[in-house]
Design a protein around this ligand. Structure first.
Ligand SMILES: [Zn+2]
Length: 303
């Protein structure tokens, strides 16, 4: 019995060492030139990135592609281009080395377009059953679901500040500490107290604006809960950084510190004349269903 425990322990230790070396090797690797050209051609946000950021992105993208499984749903075929488009945008959130680089994630499921999910809403003693058209979901069990037409909408241009890939993977890093609470997990922000002070204040302001229906640079979709707030400001940070910087400088500052990036200094690339990436298009949002262990994002919100 004792020998068996020792053997199992040794095998597990060997696995951990092997995995750690593999991750380090991947993180130091470069993307092939053809992959960079594909991203340059198909992903608006990638075209905005300075060369220094692209170099930092290479290794995490290779790691992402080597560790995570992609599955096509409802007949959608998965190819290297789709994998690359998702990976390059998701990994922008991990360049600060303060996340686990999606270590708790195992699979990404792509639907051709928005898909329908059934769920229950509780209203006092009543439970209302309904269906929602979803653009994406981030599951606590280690999966992300995306509607490909929504992904393509995000790749083709600024898209009004919306990007379903950034949104759902922001939920993933939010959940690294076991809660969808708007405080990113892993090592988290450099100054958690300052993060909470700024984010709680701005979230409360957004909720008031949502009730009063007054205009806000931050989409009122983020007023649903702190996790949606974090996901929405993450989208805006990358897709409309100048507006966020001017209107909410402290929010921008916290995100700049956390992500280790400063998008207001990037050159804004022209938008595509027609959606690239081999798909179609859209935008995200919805209400999280805590009981289901997922953040679900509908298409009929404004994000
Ligand atoms: Zn969400």
């Amino acid at each position: 019995m004792a020998l068996g425990v020792v053997v199992i322990g040794a095998l597990f230790a060997a696995y951990l060492i092997h995995r750690s070396r593999h991750r380090q090797r991947m993180l130091q690797s470069r993307l092939p030139g053809a992959a960079r050209e594909y991203l340059e051609h198909n992903v608006w946000l990638y075209r905005c990135l300075p060369e220094e950021v692209r170099e930092r992105l290479d290794g995490p993208v290779n790691l992402f592609l080597s560790e995570l499984t992609f599955e096509g749903a409802a007949g959608l075929e998965i190819d290297d281009g789709k994998r690359l488009i998702v990976a390059a945008q998701a990994c922008l959130l991990t360049l600060n080395n303060r996340t686990s680089r999606f270590a708790r994630l195992s699979s990404i499921i792509l639907y051709p377009s928005t898909y329908v999910a059934k769920r229950n809403r509780h209203d006092g003693w009543l439970v209302h059953s309904g269906e929602d058209a979803l653009a994406g979901e981030a599951w606590s069990i280690g999966a992300v679901t995306l509607a490909w037409d929504e992904v393509v909408a995000a790749t083709s241009g600024a898209n009004g500040g919306h990007n379903v890939v950034l949104h759902e993977f922001a939920h993933v890093i939010d959940y690294e500490d076991g809660d969808f609470d708007g405080l990113p997990g892993g090592q988290g922000p450099l100054d958690p107290a300052a993060w909470r002070r700024v984010m709680q204040r701005e979230y409360a302001r957004l909720r008031r604006r949502s009730v009063l229906r007054t205009r806000s640079v931050i989409d009122t979709y983020g007023a649903q809960d702190p996790s949606e707030f974090f996901a929405v400001i993450t989208e805006h940070f990358f897709h409309k950084p100048h507006e966020l910087f001017v209107s909410h400088p402290e929010v921008y500052g916290q995100l700049r510190s956390y992500y280790g990036l400063n998008p207001v200094t990037w050159v804004v690339a022209p938008e595509a004349q027609e959606p690239g990436g081999g798909g179609d298009t859209g935008v995200p949002h919805g209400e999280g269903d805590g009981a289901a262990g997922a953040k679900q994002d509908e298409t009929d919100g404004e994000l």
